[in-house]
Design a protein around this ligand. Structure first.
Ligand code: AMP
Length: 535
């Protein structure tokens, strides 16, 4: 399909596309739009920055325009991605559209969302946790939502949203059209598509494990304590907007501060920031009010900021696939971009996993070569960069200059994650946006509960089954607390004893009947005074 005209879209939608300067469909749009317009389910994989959002947004808006009863739900893993999708939807609906929308994401006030939901929205974009919350409260009904889009499905599952997604499916009509997009298709996604989709058509554009060809990549072998001064060098050598990926939220904040002190304009973006702050950072970055965004992997996926020219992998990602997603933040929609990755000695396993993903043949060759060297008693060839083959245009191993900054504590310590296995740990960036324990269906952790309700059952006491009947009726024994005070111990309490029977001075009151013999194995100190052996 050469132009959007061939799809037979409504005039209003064609006008919107013209306003947005969308003249030619991208390959994923050319494949997905006609299939979706025909009413089929879609299971799609597409490289980042390929126009995937419009590939589902165009047919979705067309359905809303042509079916006055139709409602649609779009689920997305992160709030930022949701916001981008919502923006595209609004642009496609047009400025004067009567179709109401609701944006239901975590971290925003419930009141605002109740108002949006009361307005009978026909399009809802949201994150699974908050959508579920509204479904359970009864503030959201999905009976008429016959169109469902799951964007970045693999990410949603990685973040622990499986239970929420399955609950949401149950609230939706069985007769519906489902479009599922994912960067990868692991088994759990294929299973989900089997269970919740009807004969989905498979579409795929480009290899999802390939970094866009227009990204000029560089790899720098470096020690952890030299990274910051190398970053300063890189920032001075490069021009244009930069996104720097770090591993933890804390380091994102610290690095943004530190760069500001070193004369750069910089802000941090991570999952611990309040939503208003996150929005503000993104708006300012889009407007180029500052140059360097320091982000955790919350920003690895889907963020579409066309002016990002450089990606710096200050820390390697916890999940190898995120390397590809991070790269996708530059060279958007056919533009050029550059990326530099700092690889320290402690990053061996992570880097190998990334190489295996991007260029498995070369990675296998290198591994074999290292193995041979080891067998011959040589040290493996560390310090060699990933040479400019495959997707990497150049690779250089450098010994960056040491600066006084390097002695600073920032980034000096090796973090636990670098030594341990390649799985993300909770609290690290890959999982930071994931739902709370309760939303993941794991129940509150003991310490999350209010002090007076640290029982196993999460429901308020009054909601628990059988609570309105006495314990005997429920066939339960009386609990310790149910007995009258005086019967709780076999002996009387200290205060209950008549004055004259108080234990003799110095003796502890043990609660045992007076004549009780000490247990054979009791520690020496527990024996009645008179029976103590002489020392
Ligand atoms: P996405 O992969 O959906 O994040 O889109 C990447 C970028 O491509 C965004 O800036 C879109 O606005 C842009 N884009 C998507 N489809 C088209 C199109 N058909 N023509 C021009 N730009 C597009």
């Amino acid at each position: 399909m050469k132009t959007f005209k061939g799809f037979g879209l409504s005039q209003a939608l064609e006008n919107s596309l013209e306003r947005m300067n969308y003249t030619t469909p991208t390959p994923i749009q050319a494949q997905a739009i006609p299939i979706a317009l025909d009413g089929h389910d879609i299971m799609g994989t597409a490289q980042t920055g390929t126009g995937k959002t419009a590939a589902f947004a165009i047919p979705l808006v067309e359905k809303l325009l042509t079916d006055p009863q139709g409602c649609a739900l779009v689920l997305t893993p992160t709030r930022e991605l949701g916001k981008q999708i919502m923006d595209i939807m609004h642009q496609l609906l047009g400025p004067k559209s009567p179709i109401k929308t609701a944006f239901i994401i975590g971290g925003e006030p419930m009141g605002k969302q109740f108002n949006q939901l009361r307005n009978h929205p026909r399009l809802i974009v949201g994150t699974p946790g908050r959508i579920n919350d509204h479904l359970e409260r009864g503030s959201l009904m999905l009976d008429d939502a016959h169109f469902l889009v799951l964007d970045e499905t693999d990410r949603m599952l990685d973040m622990g949203f499986t239970i929420q997604l399955e609950r949401i499916f149950k609230y939706m009509p069985k007769e519906r059209q489902t479009l599922m997009f994912s960067a990868t298709l692991p088994k759990n996604i294929l299973k989900m598509s089997e269970n919740y989709m009807t004969n989905p058509k498979r579409i795929s554009v480009g290899e999802t494990n390939v970094v866009a060809a227009k990204i000029k990549q560089e790899v720098i072998r470096i020690e952890q304590d030299q990274k910051y001064s190398e970053l300063l060098t890189q920032l001075t050598e490069r021009t244009g907007s930069v996104i720097v990926f770090v591993k933890t939220k804390h380091n994102a904040d610290r690095m943004a501060d530190r760069l500001r002190r070193d004369g750069h304009t910089s802000e941090a973006l991570h999952g611990d920031l309040r939503q208003t702050k996150r929005d503000k950072v993104m708006v300012n970055f889009r407007k180029q009010n500052f140059r360097i965004l320091i982000a955790t992997d919350i920003a690895a996926r889907g963020l579409d900021v066309p002016h990002i020219e450089h990606v710096v992998n200050y820390d390697l990602p916890q999940v190898a696939e995120d390397f590809i997603h991070r790269m996708g933040r530059t060279a958007r929609a056919g533009a050029e971009g550059a990326a530099v990755s700092f690889v320290s000695n402690a990053d061996g396993r992570k880097w190998h996993a990334i190489e295996m993903l991007i260029n498995p043949e070369l990675a296998a060759q290198k591994k074999a070569a290292n193995g041979n060297e080891r067998r011959r008693g040589k040290k493996p060839s560390s310090g060699k960069s990933f040479a400019g083959k495959g997707n990497f245009k150049s690779g250089k191993a450098r010994s960056p200059k040491k600066s006084h900054d390097d002695n600073n504590s920032f980034g000096k310590k090796k973090s636990y994650g670098e030594k341990s296995s390649f799985k993300p740990r909770s609290g690290e960036s890959s999982y930071e946006d994931r739902p709370a324990r309760k939303e993941r269906g794991e129940g509150k952790s003991y310490s999350d509960r209010p002090r007076n309700d640290r029982s196993r059952d999460d429901r308020p006491k009054s909601d628990r089954p059988g609570n309105d009947r006495p314990k005997q009726e429920r066939g339960e024994k009386k609990s310790f607390g149910d007995r009258p005070m005086k019967k709780r111990s076999e002996g009387k309490s200290y205060q209950d004893r008549p004055q004259g029977k108080k234990p003799a001075n110095g003796k502890k009151f043990t609660g045992k009947p007076q004549g009780a013999k000490p247990q054979g194995n009791k520690p020496h100190g527990n024996k009645p005074q008179g029976k103590r052996r002489a020392a």
